[in-house]
Design a protein around this ligand. Sequence first.
Ligand SMILES: [Zn+2]
Ligand SMILES: [Zn+2]
Length: 286
Amino acid sequence: MENNLKIRFWGVRGSTPCANPENMRYGGNTSCIQISIPGAKKLLIADCGTGFRNLGNELTSNGKYIEGRVFITHPHWDHLQGFPFFKPFYDSRNSFEVYMPPQDGDGCKKILQGHLSNTFFPVSIDMLECELDCITVVEQKMDFGDYSVDYMWANHTVPTAIFKFNIQGKKIVFAPDNELPIDADDDPEFVDRFREFVRGVDILIHDAQFTKAQHQERLGWGHSDWETVFETTKDLNISRLCLTHHDPDHTDENLDKINFELASVKEEFFKEASIVQEGQEIYLLL
Ligand SMILES: [Zn+2]
Ligand SMILES: [Zn+2]
């Protein structure tokens, strides 16, 4: 397994954590993934939903110092709520770079300062003990040597990134919040741009909060339905489709049903297509 990339899903829920017995198998924590790259010095993490807390607990368990880059798609609560609960931020030996798109003229640091203001939480950003570099991302490729990151704007309610990680010839797209129109003719320019961005990638991790029937009642909420994601991406030579950002009202039983339907149609289009679960790990041979 040493020469494999590994993706671990620390949180796959959208909107709000849901610690209910009927949600436990797929998981109740919100958006966070970790991509482990063999030999890389710095950790690669995307999104800081409540799953980020569990990742931090695991990282601190061995007592070693940590360096990492954290890419936040946008600052909605379900992508940021785990941020102040990440234990490695409270160790002065550690250092992190945090990347996030701007909102209403505010950059990454200002947004985090607002999130950690006294009204909402007792710890301010200045009280974090690690070295923290806050970087506002602009729409251009970022090159880090052992990998690069492209991004495009999602169709969401606030400026939101869809990140594409290019790692030693492998491509992983992370799009937890993105509304693909049920009818592509409603926004053909966006659909074309999205399709070109994800064409031929190894793994597409995409928002599938709704079923199509639910989506029809929630147009413009900034989220996709799994049927439309499947139809929009099935002819793009993508190896693996991972559906995430599950609606908090979708029980394990609901998600099993979607997974079953997906398995019955995926055959000729994807090597794998499934609803992801919290704690799941996916390997990609380099
Ligand atoms: Zn979200
Ligand atoms: Zn959002």
